[in-house]
Design a protein. Structure first.
Length: 394
């Protein structure tokens, strides 16, 4: 084997390997935010899921309904009785979706609970709230508000989101305030739970800054379980809205000035490189590398010999029915082509067209094309001759 031939043989696998490598890189970048254990998955049994919380609520008599689309949410909101709507994983909810949920819940739900707020969702929260990540304090937080679900003994050990507001209004209730700063400055410390009172254009909105405390891993820590059950279960019906990534951008993003797309910024570049690599691979594999060279064969078999051999097999087996069927099918196919018919046209149409073209009575044509199986070799030969004559007449 020459060096040129060896290079040609390895070029294809190398190009294919490059295409596969680029595809793997693209899939890795696209799925960088996807993990098997999705945060606050209502059906998740892993450490970050919330399946344990929902199961406890069902045991307490709360009717839990998990929905993944806005249409399912509308259908669930039509159920009678007081209802709480919980908005789950904030990675799959943008400000437009949250604003739409609050608007849909107006007049039909008693409360909307935002379980995983972030800076993007803050644009849809009432009360001019701001959201920032902050490390958990050294000691558990205690409630400093009067509510039906936060009791004085409900300590909060897990806390990672600070919710604050520029102005304090009567419709805002701040629970679980952060400890005062060491320097004693009067700056707003924020809180781990903020309740925005209901108004004409919205139901009561509860913004939760401790989503990790609701996960399977930490739900049994301190008073997390009791707080979570009272927070989400103060009404007999709970709708857990857990959308997938397709809901993002569906309803716009009010006040957004940044790109909150879940796709990495390099997605378009990687997709372009993948397309170019695939085109180059196709061109390299598809272009002709030289003139066609006939390959010498040990034996050359004429086509007529295979036909005769097949006929001899039919004769030895005495299978006149199969031979007659093959003759009739071939004649039928050729007659259709000559008469301008297609396979969709049935035998009756073919018989009628053939009779008109040849002047042969239709029953005689039908007998040739669909008649009984010959009972002897002579009758099979007669049938073959008759079919040939019929084709010649057409």
């Amino acid at each position: 084997m020459t060096t040129v031939a060896a290079a040609r043989r390895v070029r294809g696998p190398v190009l294919f390997g490059l295409v596969v490598l680029v595809g793997v890189v693209l899939l890795t970048l696209v799925s960088i935010q996807k993990t098997p254990d999705r945060a606050l998955d209502p059906n998740g049994t892993g450490p970050s899921g919330a399946g344990a919380l929902l199961e406890v609520m069902r045991q307490h008599g709360i009717r839990v309904e998990v929905v993944t689309t806005m249409a399912d949410l509308d259908s669930a909101l039509r159920s009678p009785g007081p209802t709480t709507v919980a908005v789950g994983n904030g990675d799959y909810v943008d400000a437009g979706v949250l604003s739409h949920v609050i608007d849909r819940a107006r007049g039909t739900a008693a409360a909307v609970v935002v379980l995983d707020p972030n800076r993007a969702l803050a644009r849809a929260l009432p009360g001019q709230l701001t959201v920032d990540l902050t490390p958990s304090p050294a000691s558990p937080l205690t409630p400093a508000c009067q509510s039906g679900f936060a009791r004085p003994a409900d300590e909060l050990a897990m806390f990672q989101t600070r919710i604050s507001t520029a102005t304090t209004t009567p419709d805002l209730t701040l629970c679980y305030p952060l400890p005062a700063p060491d320097d004693g400055s009067p700056a707003d410390r924020g809180a781990g739970l903020v309740i925005v009172a209901a108004a004409a254009d919205r139901p009561e909105v509860r913004v939760v800054g401790f989503p990790q405390a609701l996960t399977n891993r930490f739900i049994t820590t301190d008073a997390h379980a009791g707080l979570a059950v009272r927070l989400l279960g103060d009404h007999p019906h709970l709708i857990w809205y857990d959308p997938d990534i397709t809901e993002l951008g569906t309803y716009g993003d009010p006040g957004s000035t940044t790109d909150d797309s879940p796709w990495p910024q390099s997605t378009e570049v990687v997709a372009l490189l993948l397309g170019v690599a695939w085109i180059l691979y196709a061109v390299a594999r598809g272009r002709r590398l030289g003139r066609l060279v006939p390959e010498p064969l040990p034996v050359v078999v004429r086509a007529i010999e295979t036909t005769r051999s097949r006929g001899e097999l039919y004769r030895r087996a005495g299978d006149r029915g199969r031979a007659a069927s093959a003759l009739r099918e071939s004649t039928t196919a050729r007659l259709r082509r000559r008469l301008g018919l297609t396979s969709a046209d049935g035998i009756p149409a073919l018989v009628e067209a053939t009779a008109r073209a040849t002047g042969t009575p239709a029953p005689e044509v039908a007998d040739l094309l669909t008649g009984p199986t010959p009972t002897s070799d002579s009758s099979l030969t007669t049938l073959a001759q008759a079919l040939t004559t019929l084709e010649e007449k057409v």
